[in-house]
Design a protein around this ligand. Structure first.
Ligand code: UD1
Length: 421
């Protein structure tokens, strides 16, 4: 298994190109199932999660080209041959459940495995199921699979989500575009990935209003056509690389970054003593004079502070002067990076969903282990600022969501290399 070795201390200088959003792409790819015409996605990231989704779509009979080369994915579902998302794929990647809505809408039935637990908590799919049932699907749980049928087709409905769910909003949106009549999604997720999906679906002929607000209105249409869509920039990759100059005291321009994608996060960086400026090509980030300052952070659905940047922010705050309190409000068990950061000298106390971080002057390199995608990159950020050498193992987590991380950081002066075994 690959490891990544980092020798810390260099202040990063230069520019980092931001890729297309993994999470947007994982929702856009299943949209191919809604039409028999080709869907082309440009600016797609080259990541193992994207290949996993490609394999899942392939197992349903979709044609997926461009996975090896990256950037342009050519998808076609003119001849679907399956309707079952197998446990072997779904347990690897929860986003597999996003085929549920499109399959029911197109074929009138689907069998999708329950994902089971994951490193950051229970993560149920009850809201996905509720949304499909509201649209008229009959769903039974058998042998670990959701068996969904809509023998008379889907019909529009009001779906009021009790809590905000990105994935359930995406599934409902994709099912509703082909349902008969009007669907209203209330308390819908407002993430940029939802807006991106709605735009793509509209390009395919869907009638959608209100994406980016808590209420999305969808007027069902009989059929969708093909389209070409550019995947939005990855705000989580953006936020992660914004932290690289912040934690090392450098100066980096994140190319393709836009402030509105990371506004709540950038505000916290500002409070911690990090300058974020919009430039013609993206966002420039550098440390203001003086040490980093502690700030309190609470994760929330968009436009709040993203849970997917909480681990990385904790790495930064580990070296800020003062005491920071981080509250994780989205996932129940998302502090697994804390004991790994502690191995590098961070002072962190975790009680339930609250982590209290007392900044230390310096982190020190250590062998550490990645536990999930965002945790692994938080360890790399910490390692960039630490004295001495850090070896991060289990980096396959990292490869799910960050392309060419060692190249991108290395180009800005980081001493980082991948050790392949
Ligand atoms: C998506 C992102 C993930 C991010 C998360 C929150 C993708 C592929 N993944 O995950 O990176 O961390 O949004 O921003 O886009 N919930 C239920 N029942 C459900 C569905 C969700 O209770 O049926 C709960 C979850 O356990 C969690 C909360 O709702 O506590 C939000 O989860 P959700 O927004 O659905 O996350 P995902 O779409 O899985």
């Amino acid at each position: 298994m690959d490891q990544i070795r980092v020798r810390g201390g260099a202040a990063l200088q230069g520019s980092i190109p931001i890729a297309g959003a993994k999470n947007a792409c994982l929702a856009l790819m299943p949209a191919t199932l809604l039409t028999d015409e080709p869907l082309t996605l440009t600016n797609a990231p080259r990541l193992s999660d994207i290949s996993t989704m490609g394999a899942l779509l392939g197992s349903l009979g979709a044609e997926v080209a461009g996975l090896q080369e990256g950037r342009v994915l050519a998808l076609s579902s003119h001849a679907l041959t399956g309707s079952r998302a197998d446990y072997d794929i779904v347990r690897k990647m929860r986003a597999s459940v996003l085929v549920l809505g499109p399959l029911i809408a197109r074929l009138g039935h689907a069998e999708v495995s329950l994902p089971g637990g994951c490193a950051i908590g229970a993560r149920p799919v009850d809201l996905h199921r509720m949304a499909m049932e509201r649209l008229g699907a009959e769903i039974e749980l058998r042998d670990g699979y959701l068996h969904a049928r809509a023998p008379r087709g889907l019909r529009g409905a009001v779906i009021d989500f009790p809590i905000v769910s990105v994935g359930a909003t995406e599934n409902a949106l994709m099912a509703a575009v082909l349902a008969r009549g009007t669907t209203v999604l209330k308390n819908a997720a407002r993430e940029p990935e939802i807006v991106d999906l709605a735009r793509c679906l509209r390009g395919m002929g869907a009638q959608i209003d209100g994406e980016g607000s808590p209420e999305i209105v969808i007027e069902g249409v009989d059929r969708l056509g093909g389209s070409t869509h550019r995947v939005v920039a990855d705000r989580i990759e953006l936020g992660t690389y914004m932290l690289a100059p912040a934690i090392t005291g450098g100066d980096v321009e994140c190319l393709g970054g836009r402030l509105e994608l990371v506004a709540a996060f950038a505000e916290k960086l500002g409070a911690a003593g990090v300058a974020v400026e919009e430039t013609a090509a993206g966002l420039r980030v550098h440390r203001r004079d003086g040490p980093l300052r502690a700030v309190d952070v609470e994760t929330a659905p968009f436009p709040g502070f993203p849970t997917d940047l909480q681990a990385q922010m904790m790495a930064l705050l580990s070296t800020a002067s003062g005491v920071s309190v981080l509250e994780e409000r989205i996932f129940e068990n998302r502090f697994m990076h804390a004991p790994e950061l502690a191995r590098m000298g961070a002072q962190i106390e975790v009680h339930g969903g609250t982590a209290t971080v007392t900044g230390v002057e310096r982190l020190r390199g250590a062998p550490v282990m990645a536990t999930d995608l965002r945790a692994s990159v938080s360890l790399i950020l910490a390692a960039l600022a630490a004295e001495g050498e850090t070896v991060v193992s289990r980096v396959y987590h990292l490869d799910r969501g960050y392309e060419r991380v060692e190249e991108k950081l290395g180009a800005c002066g980081a001493d980082i290399e991948r050790i392949s075994e």
